[in-house]
Design a protein around this ligand. Structure first.
Ligand SMILES: [Zn+2]
Length: 358
């Protein structure tokens, strides 16, 4: 599997662009990502490394077959790939490797800061001890910052489809282990049949412990779920919130209160949340004054990456380099990075834009 191994990147590459197309600008733009899943970020390169460690797994070992396996076909296929990747994460070292290598893929796209959504409960179900899970991701986080120049923080999210035991387990892991990189508490899985309010007691405790509330809402259901997330779970950002665009009152509320949406355009088309990119409500959200951030969700599984999502957003919103830089600033300002870190990253964005304009 050495074909997938590439040299260690000691530092995020410096951008020195002075002209060219928007794709070049985006590729060199220092970025923050706020909605991206840990297991969902496993690229074919990473999966090949994991599969090599577990030759008994059903994941193809041949690079060409693996590339084909990873070609997004439909949502059912996405679930199949996702589940098979989860199946490869059998030891703490698998989790550490995945996490570190995800950061390497981020560094290549000049992602400088990411709040990675981790679902630790699913690792616990596989018999990995809570302490070992946290140690694995924390070890990767420290190494990624030092060696790759990527600052990682965690959002621990509840796999909603596993119900209240999963909520309890995720909360316990957050509160008992208190990983240094943990900043927020999330909720994923199906929305239909799982009202956000059901999880209120767990979010109340997480918030009381100092964690930020960032549930998924309004991706597969209507705007009422976004309201529910705001009122019951005291959401500070909304994961997706796609259907917010169906409710002008909600858009006005989001604009007034400054609660940002984590928008993932390609994912929304892939999962059927919106019928097509051209029908994506991103322009309506922006027109209503809502703060939007651009994200990639489960990038390799949806055949995208963060740079591509920025280009999609630029096309939908008719943005030039300065407009794209504003989107990047939105993500920094909506992040849970400390003030000094935010200021540093905003200055990097300013410098990149200035060098481009010059
Ligand atoms: Zn998501």
């Amino acid at each position: 599997m050495s074909v997938f191994r590439e040299g260690v990147v000691s530092q995020a590459p410096e951008a020195t662009v002075t002209g060219g197309d928007l794709a070049t600008f985006v590729a060199g733009l220092p970025k923050a990502e706020l909605h991206v899943h840990h297991v969902g970020s496993a690229s074919p390169r990473i999966v090949a490394e994991l599969a090599a460690r577990h030759p008994d797994s059903p994941v193809p070992k041949d690079p060409e077959l693996l590339a084909e396996y990873f070609t997004f076909r439909d949502f059912a296929h996405f679930i199949e790939v996702y589940v098979s990747v989860v199946g490869l994460l059998q030891t703490p070292e698998d989790i550490r490797l995945l996490t570190y290598e995800v950061a390497r893929d981020m560094a290549r796209q000049r992602v400088r800061y990411a709040e990675l959504t981790v679902t630790p409960y699913s690792f616990g179900l596989r018999g990995i001890a809570d302490e070992a899970i946290v140690e694995a991701i924390e070890d990767a986080r420290v190494g990624a910052e030092r060696e790759l120049g990527v600052v990682l923080r965690w959002c621990f999210d509840i796999p909603g489809e596993l119900g209240l035991p999963a909520a309890e387990g995720t909360l316990r892991m957050a509160l008992d282990q208190q990983p240094a990189g943990l900043v927020s508490f999330g909720l994923g899985g199906p929305e239909k049949g799982w009202p956000r309010a059901l999880f209120k007691p767990y979010f109340d405790q997480a918030i009381a412990a100092g964690l930020h509330s960032v549930p998924h809402a309004g991706e597969t259901t209507g705007p009422e779920t976004v309201w529910d997330a705001l009122t019951s779970l005291r959401a500070e950002r909304i994961g997706h919130g796609t259907s917010s665009a169906d409710d002008p009152e909600l858009l006005a509320h989001l604009a007034r209160t400054g609660v940002p949406l984590e928008v993932c355009p390609t994912s929304n088309v892939a999962t059927g949340a919106v019928p097509s990119l051209t029908a994506h409500p991103l322009p309506a959200m922006v027109a209503a004054g809502v703060t939007v951030t651009i994200n990639s969700d489960d990038p390799p599984m949806f055949g995208t990456d963060l740079n591509n999502e920025y280009l999609v957003a630029a096309r939908l919103l008719g943005l030039d380099a300065a407009g794209v830089a504003d989107l990047a600033r939105n993500a920094v300002n909506a992040s849970f990075l400390d003030a000094a870190g935010r200021a540093r990253l905003l200055a990097e964005i300013d410098a990149h834009l200035a060098s481009w304009v010059a």
